[in-house]
Design a protein around this ligand. Structure first.
Ligand code: ZN
Length: 139
């Protein structure tokens, strides 16, 4: 099965429309930045590996909040040559201050739920040639 990436791919990453970005991981460098393709969006992630624990930092494409997924709670497998696998997870953030402005604060939850399946693809994008290590699919 061939996969045609959308032409107008755009990226979601931490410095987008957020002013100063705070990181809980400022004292340790990311081990990798696996790129994840989700529909017409490219999610830029940080992957930290410490003491047998993997921590994936990804920005939710629906509500743009920062998500941290730990291998202590979800299965995460990373191999630079194979790609990134993450067990299905759900965005826990409330909608309102970001995302759909029509939903009053505290009323709606984001509930973006995906699984990430490993892949190894080179994409030509407006930002150059990017390696995609995972495909996010609604779960
Ligand atoms: Zn979300």
């Amino acid at each position: 099965m061939s996969y045609e990436p959308p032409k107008d791919l755009y990226t979601i990453k931490g410095d987008m429309d957020r002013g100063v970005t705070m990181s809980t991981n400022v004292t340790r460098a990311a081990a990798a930045h696996p790129n994840i393709l989700y529909s017409d969006k490219l999610l830029i992630t940080d992957l930290y590996l410490t003491d047998g624990e993997a921590m994936l930092n990804v920005y939710c494409p629906r509500c743009l909040n920062s998500l941290q997924i730990s291998s202590k709670r979800k299965a995460i497998e990373w191999d630079p040559d194979f790609g990134l696998f993450v067990e299905p997870f759900t965005c826990p953030w409330e909608l309102g201050d970001r995302g759909d402005e029509r939903i009053a604060f505290g009323v709606g939850m984001c509930r973006w739920r995906v699984a990430i399946e490993p892949c190894h693809r080179i994409l030509d994008t407006t930002e150059g040639r990017l390696l995609v290590s995972g495909i996010a699919k609604d779960a």
